[in-house]
Write a protein that binds this ligand. Sequence first.
Ligand code: R5P
Length: 293
Amino acid sequence: MKIVGGPSSEDLAKKISNLLNVPLVSIRTKRFPDGEFYFKFEEKISGEDLLVVQSLYPPQDAHTLELFLILHTARDLGATSIDVFIPYLAYSRQDRRYLEGECLSSGMIAEILEKLGANTLYTVDVHNRKVLEMYQISAYNLTASGELAKYFAAKNLVDPIVISPDDEKDAVERAKNAAETIGADYDFLKKQRDRYTGEIVTYEKHIDVKGRDAIIIDDIISTGKTAANAAKMLKKQGARRVFVGASHALLIGEAIRLLNETGVEEIAGTDSIMNKYAKVSVAPILAEKLRKT
Ligand code: R5P
């Protein structure tokens, strides 16, 4: 196997290559003056099994098209198999037609990846695992919740409790997994998002958090409203410290300010999104999965 590191995930691809002890494919990329993307393999990839690594964080449209061009080239130049590791699978939140006439973005991404010759997809904490059922190819969801919990567990936690800010099945499972990884309790809140305004209401719930360190675990922090609502509630109920861990810390717009205002101790994300909150790597998670398969 050889690894192709797409422009959004070069460092992550290097980490995976080191962990698995497999070479990186030499590539050349550039942007034309008008902004269009150019991609070239600098070595023969015909007959090779490739693992393409490219996370689709913002600017997600640019990163998505980069991925499509890489896959198209790999397929055309005769790669034997093409696996893709897309830690942040953009467009997964539009996983069904919530309102009449809406697009089904996740379905379109699935169709194109398959058409471009992807044999297997690996992703991390996809918003809704149902999205992966849209794929005809093998599609695996890995979780970073345990690694995030381990990151916080190194901070001398007092009687920790993991909280899911959402009562959806996948969200609660992530919190449960994080809690079990570090031997902590877990609980969850219930929230609702207004489909038109995007506003979020988190329902009052008593959580046994007084004097304890709480870790909010979520798949995505986008506007930060979900995590901020949860953090506010936990602080109000006497939490000692509140940490926020997300597999994909997008942190759009005022998210960081919103979270800091609630008094959160620390925010941690993974290298599925390259920003200064990428404190946990998803490379070992993929490496472990690949070693097992
Ligand atoms: C959605 O329900 C997800 O699990 C996250 O809670 C959500 O995407 C976070 O979005 P925001 O940061 O905008 O509240």
